[in-house]
Design a protein around this ligand. Structure first.
Ligand code: FNR
Ligand code: LAC
Length: 363
């Protein structure tokens, strides 16, 4: 029955099924797909399935709460909304809708540089909601600085610098469908960079980005605003140490949802080495393959301060706009709270490596 479908969605996979029916092939392939043979895309999910939980019983969980903090800001749960480009391709509510749903759920929305709404529009749509701005640096420094200024003016609380995409990964689904953003769907950052509007593929947009970024640019970014610079896309201990040494305010263990270098480890498998290397100096977040409250608990147990989710938010947006995202985040918050209670953890801080067992993973 049309209209009732949203209430029939009880988990992230249900929303994907709904979204698949609504989106055309090009859009679905863009959101769902990964790079190359999509090994890493699959492994991000499989890594959670390889992990088992070790609950403790007879712990008083009567006052249990999933609430925590990220970068010192209160959030209702250790689950944040990852930056995902072109959200109006999924639904006209787009990024403002996602931002309102995240704010209502009490969690952070991270806005992509390649959004189909400006940082200002999103800030106005979700006043008071905690939000971060994801940065891709354009070769034209003026454009990049304008983006950072907009983030500062819009009350964004962090700059999330994505470092795993100096070039675009090879996404064969998009090559096959010829996925492109039509000229009537504005990507404000791109319009600014080219001084107008036109139809463009993601590859066209990436050609305008700076491929020469190095760790020095992390320091520069940290200097041009007072916002913490969160480095997104670190999966080795070497880079984790460099990130901290160059002033990163936090790091996100991410392989871009398996969309960049195919063949890299699942992020859950890379998390312990990054957590070890960072050694508590900054917060560590993780994304990729998180689909359940138990996945969030697993990530936090292994040292993540919070996890982020990408695709499920898009499926919910496609299925039901802002309302869909609100329902998804509500379901996930319930799942996280239940997972914590059944693990014998009154709060996320009570989770530790002892709550997780996996082959090759030693306490
Ligand atoms: C992304 N991701 C991403 N990351 C980023 O830093 N800037 C961006 O604009 C985008 N755009 C984007 C589009 C789409 C369609 C997807 C699926 C992903 C990566 C994203 O932030 C995150 O790392 C992954 O999506 C996490 O994996 P899951 O949750 O999708 O499995
Ligand atoms: C993507 C880019 C926009 O993954 O980050 O599609």
């Amino acid at each position: 029955v049309p209209g009732s479908s949203l209430n029939d969605a009880f988990n992230a996979a249900d929303f994907e099924a709904l979204a698949r029916d609504k989106l055309d092939e090009g859009a679905y392939g863009y959101f769902a797909g990964g790079a190359g043979d999509e090994r890493t895309l699959r492994d991000n999910i499989d890594a959670y399935a390889r992990t088992t939980l070790r609950p403790r019983v007879l712990v008083d969980v009567s006052g249990a709460s999933a609430a925590t903090t990220v970068l010192g800001a209160d959030v209702s749960m250790p689950l944040l909304v990852a930056p995902v480009a072109f959200q109006r391709v999924a639904h006209p509510d787009g990024e403002p809708g996602t931002a309102r749903a995240a704010a209502a759920a009490g969690t952070v929305m991270c806005l992509s540089t390649l959004a189909t709404a400006s940082a200002q529009e999103v800030a106005e749509a979700a006043r008071g909601g905690p939000r971060w701005f994801q940065l891709y640096c354009f070769s034209d420094r003026g454009v990049t600085e304008a983006l950072v200024d907009q983030a500062v003016d819009g009350g964004y609380q962090a700059i999330v610098l994505t470092v795993d995409a100096p070039l675009l990964g090879r996404r064969e689904r998009d090559l096959r469908t010829g996925f492109a953003i039509p000229a009537d769907l504005e990507v404000p950052s791109f319009s600014r960079a080219i001084g107008g509007r036109r139809e463009a593929t993601l590859q066209d947009m990436f050609k305008l980005l700076d491929q020469s970024l190095t760790w020095r640019d992390v320091e520069m970014l940290a200097e041009i605003s007072d916002l913490p610079v969160v480095v997104k896309g670190v999966i080795t201990s070497e880079d984790a140490r460099l990130a901290v040494d160059h002033g990163a305010g936090a790091v996100v263990v991410s392989n871009h949802g398996g969309r960049q270098l195919d063949g890299v480890p699942a992020t859950l498998d890379a998390l312990p080495e990054v957590v070890d290397a960072v050694d508590g100096r900054v917060e560590v977040y993780v994304d990729g393959g998180v689909r359940r409250g138990t996945d969030v608990a697993t990530a936090v147990a292994l040292g993540a301060r919070a996890a982020l989710i990408g695709r499920p938010v898009i499926w919910a947006l496609a299925a039901g706009g802002e309302e869909g995202v609100a329902r998804l985040l509500g379901l996930l918050r319930d799942e996280v709270e239940l997972a914590l209670a059944l693990l014998g953890c009154p709060s996320p801080d009570a989770l530790g490596p002892e709550h997780v067992a996996a082959p090759n993973r030693h306490r």
